[in-house]
Design a protein around this ligand. Structure first.
Ligand SMILES: C[S@@+](CC[C@H](N)C(=O)[O-])C[C@H]1O[C@@H](n2cnc3c(N)ncnc32)[C@H](O)[C@@H]1O
Length: 276
């Protein structure tokens, strides 16, 4: 998978952020995303008065759920590296008690004191990290209180399957189109498969894991990426090729025959009582 959808953390424009937020909203309605979020949330041990952090909070949807669990008296802190996403999260959480939305980078949560956080959620962010993700996991371990819990979820993009239902020729055409366009790969395509390794390298104890295949992601993700893909096609293909790409992509997206499936992994890890 690629970042044709344009959510590289540092570079997203406000217009891209709106498109991306719509895509995240659609994904939030998908069964597996809801299921994994509930599975994680119910194991964080959050109580009123606790402090929870959502790293890479995006639109803030899960942040609001965390806020509900820690009220009254607790804090739910959303951190994101992208200013337009922060603006959306701030807008959606304005007036909700205990919620803070702050600019920050996963590997530098400097404003959070060591050992001050009861639970961290980090969903589909590690795939975007352009440096060794263990740096971010060490930072999570630093800010977690003893026995504090990290719930981290991510994608294995190597499992992605793009299919036009009932149309092998169109499926093959789209695979070839993908090869022709210089789309930048995500920084960490195998993130989902490596979550446990990162936890262990950062000194966290893995306590539970769950996986599933995200059903049809095409509507939720590629609809939003359509303009970006067609802009790449316009820049890199001949006019004839570009028109064919637009015709095919629009047709299979609009009639719902394009299917994209991908595997997701969720891992729960605990900071040991004695953490070096
Ligand atoms: C795929 S979205 C997921 C958003 C949200 N966690 C969700 O599951 O709906 C990835 C989010 O991580 C943020 N992000 C990417 N790299 C980051 C980094 N290094 N530090 C903090 N946030 C980052 C992006 O700005 C974006 O909001």
């Amino acid at each position: 998978m690629t970042d044709a959808e344009g959510f590289t953390a540092g570079s997203m424009s406000a217009a891209n952020a709106d498109v991306f937020a719509t895509a995240l909203d659609r994904q939030a309605e998908m069964d597996l995303i809801r299921d994994l979020r509930e599975w994680c949330r119910s194991r964080l041990g959050l109580r009123p008065g606790a402090t929870a952090v959502d790293v890479g909070c995006g639109t803030g949807a899960e942040l609001l759920e965390l806020a509900r669990l820690v009220q009254p008296g607790g804090r739910a802190i959303g951190v994101d590296a992208n200013q337009p996403m922060l603006a959306i999260a701030r807008h959606r959480s304005s007036g909700i008690p205990g919620v803070e939305v702050v600019a920050g980078e996963a590997s530098e949560l400097g404003r959070l004191e060591s050992g001050s956080v009861d639970a961290i959620v980090c969903e589909r962010v590690v795939q975007h990290l352009t440096y060794d993700p263990v740096r971010a996991f060490r930072e999570f371990a630093r800010v977690l209180a003893p026995a504090g819990v990290l719930a981290v979820t991510d994608t294995d993009w190597s499992s992605a399957r793009l299919v036009v239902r009932g149309d092998e020729a169109a499926t093959e055409y789209l695979r070839e189109l993908r090869e022709k366009l210089p789309v930048r790969p995500l920084a960490n395509q195998l993130a989902g498969l490596k979550l446990e390794e990162y936890c262990v390298a950062a000194g966290l104890e893995v306590v539970a894991r769950r996986t599933g295949t995200l059903g049809n992601l095409a509507a939720a993700l590629l609809q939003g990426a359509r303009d970006g893909i067609l802009a790449l096609a316009a820049a890199h293909l001949t006019p004839g090729e570009r028109d064919e790409a637009a015709r095919t992509l629009n047709a299979v997206l609009d009639d719902g025959r394009l299917e994209l499936t991908v595997d997701l992994y969720a891992v729960l890890a605990r900071r040991p009582l004695a953490h070096s």
